[in-house]
Write a protein that binds this ligand. Sequence first.
Ligand SMILES: NC(=O)c1ccc[n+]([C@@H]2O[C@H](COP(=O)([O-])OP(=O)(O)OC[C@H]3O[C@@H](n4cnc5c(N)ncnc54)[C@H](OP(=O)(O)O)[C@@H]3O)[C@@H](O)[C@H]2O)c1
Length: 335
Amino acid sequence: MKLATLKLPAALSALQIGERPEPDVTPGRVKVRWHASSLNYHDYAVVTGALPSVDGRIPLSDGAGEVVAVGAGVREWKVGDRVISVFFPKWQDGAATLDNTLTMTGDSIDGCAVQYSVVEPQALTPMPAHLSPAEAATLPCAALTAWRALVVECGIKPGDRVLVQGSGGMSIFALQFARLAGAEVYATSSLPDKLERLRTLGAHHLVNYREDKLWGETVRRLSGGGVDHVVDVGGHSTLAQSLKAVRVGGNIVMVGVLGGLEAPLHIGRLIARQPRLRPIAVGSRAMQLDMCRGIELSGLRPVLDRTFALSRLVDAFLHQESGRHFGKIIIDLAA
Ligand SMILES: NC(=O)c1ccc[n+]([C@@H]2O[C@H](COP(=O)([O-])OP(=O)(O)OC[C@H]3O[C@@H](n4cnc5c(N)ncnc54)[C@H](OP(=O)(O)O)[C@@H]3O)[C@@H](O)[C@H]2O)c1
């Protein structure tokens, strides 16, 4: 079978595409054939060494495929079941703890840049029936984070006003879930053609954050005093403007660090605005099950960018690095 592994010191040039024998299923475990994966900023951080890794790690948190063998004692799955991976396989339900969030697919344990894996039954959830493997491979990290941000943490409801930032994979899911919930969506991007595509996806108000450096104030003005929920992806580059965009007592869900890990915050404005600041890391398996049910019932379809064969994984990451993508970059694991 084909796979990608990371040599240390980590770098895109240290990603190796190779071959090794398929693993055999073992008691209590499930053998999965992965058909597709997708790229997240988190995967980029792993393969470029921004996050620590180990020599030989198989990267990529996201996978969609089918069960091809079931070990003795496994009752949850049968051969032929269509499945997706789980970002935190030890975080099944309830609150996040140190214990249940230390194990991360494609980070502290091997991920899905491989054609076959043998995994624990609880490291999988069913694939929404209407989705292709490529579409379903976008769900475990980006979609679940957006779902948790708006549905779990903000309790979004019809009529709420939501600000999503940029046209990356997570933000587009946030836009889609906000529209599903009947919310009014404010979206930013650095490029006019991407703003136009965000409009076709249902964004009501658009702001070019590269041309309008005070985009938070613009959103505050357009929304008549600030939005109810902000999904912040930039940290250093966005948090100050997010604080201007949110209404008094609204939510800022801190999801990303695209602009840097540290952000200066105006404490006076923070106290005046009284937002609920909620940093989150993806979500639990139970949240993923809820999200997949919501996706299946609504018929939501993820927005896909380009597809790359596993052998071109480095090119796929370079495409992500260029920022030219809109939505999710797919890795075809069958090719
Ligand atoms: N906490 C979590 O659990 C979690 C889970 C998923 C993602 N994230 C985080 O969310 C962020 C986005 O992840 P992703 O996988 O969706 O990334 P992605 O697909 O690579 O999206 C990047 C997009 O964000 C916009 N962007 C880039 N730099 C920016 C900046 N400095 N300020 C504002 N917007 C900027 C750009 O949109 P335009 O081209 O339209 O300008 C860019 O295309 C990352 O920081 C990632 O770590 C966190």
